[in-house]
Design a protein around this ligand. Structure first.
Ligand SMILES: Nc1ncnc2c1ncn2[C@@H]1O[C@H](COP(=O)(O)OP(=O)(O)OP(=O)(O)O)[C@@H](O)[C@H]1O
Length: 582
């Protein structure tokens, strides 16, 4: 699996290969080579310059060293900057792709994953990928190049001593691989806990009123702290797994160094090696230490990145649902109507919609009524193509929704429901959402038709007032009127109303109902209502039970039939005689 992750990462990096990455490689190579040059200078100093009392070359040596160190510093700066620029660019690309994916995530996926958890995963996983894979990769490149240069210099200087020094190092490979797996596992657990933590925090904020009124602050805090402990445990386990190889590395280094010291020291005493070459060799060994440790550390960081990338690629690989047709059709003008024929659908195993047949002719108003959980909102979601049916078909003007381009389908539809989402933006932007070309006059006209203009005018900055997250600074009725104004601006021929007035008191309901009446005129409307008072004038009322139409007709016909609708109606109006027509 991780091979695939590396491969996919390479695909991301490919576009920065030339010139940025290759230049970075070149500078890192320069850095490695200039580091390897240092022991050679030392050896030359001890073996050639000092024994021959050569002052000219002695005075030249610092100039050479200064030159090499300057070159090394320049290479280090440019190498690090270019590598970082590649890594930041890859991270930005990954974030963009994730954002694009989020726009097309299947509704069913969004239903099952808490949004805050998803956000946390996207942001913190991308960060881990950045520090893990990208930095890990670059550190591996840089350290490997430096190490290769130094090992080559060491072998060039004295192959036997080099063999003694490095022979034990392959021993470290197995524990490194083993700890890699652990790092990945614990890091992945930590990220899942972090996502849950974000979701708890978001729920405490969004549901703060419920939390407070039920006195559940301590419970929420405890829930948070338990998960927080779990994040901490995973972080410490990851750190332990990351650090596990350090002592082994130190030990191997010390054993290699001691062996070299013994063997080399003996050789110097016996006169078979010069002090200069031995000292230079020890310097090479010493210089190897930092990149070698860096490599072991980079591997652990890399594993964290691999684990985070595996999760992110899983999100990126979520197949789109519904799928756009291969050659999607575009419906320019809606002229006949909506139809559901033998439609079946379930969110899981269980069917929520069973063999549904429903017709909404153009220009008519059809109301869906019935007990809670019967599937009324699901029918609207199916017509919006948030989900596809498992059997049967839904059509617009006789065209199966699956053949229509999603954009063309949704351009024909406006939805107003109790939970219409408002953005933390100005009133005007919310009304013109999706239609940035709308003029201020059009926005005001829509607000007037939606009975919203007067309250908007009284807001501190009028149409420029920021309305808070999901319009929290507005009342329920005000939010709905903004949603109606938004639908008026969209001016789509098909309108879905889902319980649009059920959360309001009767005064607000009347104001919203008036606005809805204006919105509904000359449109084809499918309305879901619990309050039967709002649907008595509908052209057709369908009673939905267990995902089927069990009764349908006009208000008068259904009352005369004295069936389900009549009994629903008499239950609702036994205590009141208010009937507001649609
Ligand atoms: N996103 C979802 N995932 C899984 N099950 C769902 C989802 N939405 C609705 N359901 C289930 O599908 C069934 C029908 O729900 P739906 O909201 O369509 O009913 P409804 O008739 O509109 O109810 P109400 O009048 O209370 O709004 C219910 O049993 C509900 O639990």
């Amino acid at each position: 699996m991780s091979v695939d992750v590396y491969g996919r990462f390479f695909a991301y990096g490919k576009r920065y290969l030339w010139p940025t990455f290759l230049l970075a490689l070149l500078f890192n190579l320069g850095y490695g080579a200039s580091t390897g040059f240092v022991p050679l200078v030392i050896r030359y100093l001890f073996d050639e310059i000092l024994p021959g009392s050569d002052r000219t070359r002695l005075y030249a040596a610092p100039a050479v060293i200064l030159g090499v160190i300057t070159l090394r510093a320049v290479c280090q700066y440019l190498g690090a900057y270019l590598t970082e620029s590649v890594s930041q660019s890859i991270t930005a690309d990954l974030r963009s792709d994730l954002a694009a994916k989020v726009m097309e995530l299947p509704q069913a996926y969004i239903d099952r994953h808490p949004s805050s958890g998803l956000i946390s995963r996207v942001l913190s996983d991308v960060n881990l990928v950045k520090t893990g894979i990208v930095d890990g990769y670059s550190s591996i490149f840089k350290d490997t190049l430096t190490l290769v240069a130094l090992v080559m210099v060491a072998f060039y200087q004295d192959w036997l001593l080099a063999l003694i020094a490095f022979i034990l190092f392959p021993v470290a490979i197995l524990p490194i691989l083993r700890s890699s797996k652990k790092v990945r596992r614990h890091s992945s657990q930590g990220q899942s806990s972090l996502a849950r933590l974000a979701s708890y925090l978001q729920e405490s904020l969004v549901g703060s009123r419920v939390v407070k009124i039920f006195g559940m602050e301590a419970y929420e805090l405890r829930r948070f702290q338990e998960e927080n402990q779990s994040v901490l445990r995973s972080a410490l386990r990851t750190t332990r797994a990351k650090l596990a190889n350090q002592p082994l590395m130190e030990l191997l280094g010390a054993v290699g160094f001691s062996a070299v010291l013994l063997y080399g020291g003996e050789a110097v005493m016996a006169g078979t090696r010069t002090t200069g070459s031995f000292f230079a060799f020890l310097t090479s060994l010493y210089l190897c230490y930092a990149p070698f440790k860096g490599l072991a550390k980079a591997n652990a960081t890399l594993q964290q990145g691999v684990s985070a990338a595996t999760d992110l690629f899983a999100i990126l690989d979520t197949s789109p649902d519904p799928v756009e047709a291969e050659r999607p059709r575009v419906l320019e003008r809606f002229s006949q109507g909506l139809l559901a024929e033998g439609v079946r659908f379930g969110y899981g195993e269980e069917l929520v919609i069973r063999d549904l047949d429903l017709a909404v002719p153009r220009g008519s108003t059809v109301a869906l009524v019935g007990a809670s959980g019967g599937g009324k909102s699901t029918i609207i979601d199916l017509f919006c193509r948030f989900y596809d049916p498992s059997a049967g078909r839904l059509t617009i003007d006789g065209i199966d929704l699956r053949q229509l381009s999603l954009r063309s389908l949704r351009a024909l539809i406006s939805v107003v429901d109790q939970n219409t989402f408002l953005f933390n933006d100005t009133v005007a932007s919310n009304i013109a959402y999706g239609h940035p070309e709308a003029s201020p006059e059009e926005i005001v006209a829509a607000a007037q038709a939606a009975n919203a203009h007067r309250f908007i005018d009284r807001l501190p900055q009028g149409y420029d007032t920021l309305i808070g997250e999901n319009g929290t600074l507005l009342s329920g009725g005000q939010r709905q009127r903004i949603a109606i104004a938004r639908a008026l601006i969209k001016n789509a021929p098909i309108l879905f109303l889902d319980e649009a007035t059920s959360a309001l008191d009767s005064a607000s309901e009347q104001v919203v109902q008036e606005a809805l009446d204006r919105l509904m005129s000359n449109r084809t409307t499918l309305v879901v209502a619990h309050r039967l008072s709002t649907v008595v004038n509908a052209d057709r009322i369908c009673v939905i039970e267990a995902g089927q139409v069990v009764e349908s007709g006009t208000h008068g016909e259904l009352l005369a039939r004295d069936g389900r609708y009549a009994s629903l109606f008499s239950t609702q109006f036994s205590n009141t005689d208010t009937v507001v027509p649609v």
